[in-house]
Ligand binder design. Structure first.
Ligand code: F6R
Ligand code: ZN
Length: 198
């Protein structure tokens, strides 16, 4: 069996800056509310929030220690607390370009959840991603994270180096479900029902 080349020592360890919600010395991208148009189901609420000023919804920084067949990559996400109407601040969401790639999520700080949607059946589910929770994203599953609490949500995602990210499918059709606040708790409902006023 071929063995992955061992990465440099510097890549074998990482430091998380839990205040800023990123890996020290790693690249990061910040996603603004103005870039999330079309992702939130409630367009009117999104426009209203946008009219009050732009702001960072989330950021992700990532580390890629190796790129061999068995290597792993990881991303540290930080979602700001906030809502657009009844929808929580969330990530754009994606499928892995290599569909068999699963991922493990670990909640580090704050309260949140993960929306999963099976690409083939459309079945949706929400998993808790509070501080101390682990969640598994199975193969072929679209995934999006939301902050359901009052402080920043920090979480770590670990995925195969070969996973790749397919944002196109979500940008085109979005998720079939939305997660909204009802009675202080996150609930998952069908997007179509939400748009009809459920
Ligand atoms: C990586 C992964 C996470 C996300 C992060 C930001 O496969 O699932 O690290 O990249 O939660 O979300 P997206 O990538 O959807 O903007
Ligand atoms: Zn992923």
């Amino acid at each position: 069996m071929p063995v992955n080349p061992v990465p440099d020592d510097a890549l074998l360890t990482a430091r998380m800056d839990l205040e800023r919600g990123c890996f020290r010395g790693a690249p990061a991208r910040v996603i603004l509310l103005s870039e999330m148009r079309g992702y939130f189901a409630d367009q009117a609420a999104c426009n209203e929030a946008r009219a009050r000023g732009d702001q960072a919804v989330y950021q992700v920084s990532w580390l890629e220690p190796g790129s061999g067949a068995g290597d792993l990559h990881y991303g540290l996400g930080r979602i700001s607390p906030g809502r657009v109407g009844r929808e929580y601040f969330m990530t754009k969401g994606h499928l892995h370009a290599w569909r068999p790639a699963a991922e493990v999520y670990i909640g580090l700080q704050g309260r949140g959840c993960l929306l999963l949607e099976d690409e083939t059946t459309g079945q949706g589910r929400i998993l808790p991603l509070d501080h101390g929770c682990m969640a598994y994203v199975p193969a072929g599953t679209a995934h999006r994270t939301m902050n359901t609490g009052e402080e920043p949500l920090l979480y770590l995602g670990v995925y195969p180096a070969a996973a790749g990210h397919d944002y196109g499918a979500i940008a085109t059709r979005n998720f079939l479900h939305v997660v909204v606040e009802r009675g202080g708790e996150p609930v998952m409902i069908e997007r179509a029902a939400f748009l009809k006023g459920a």
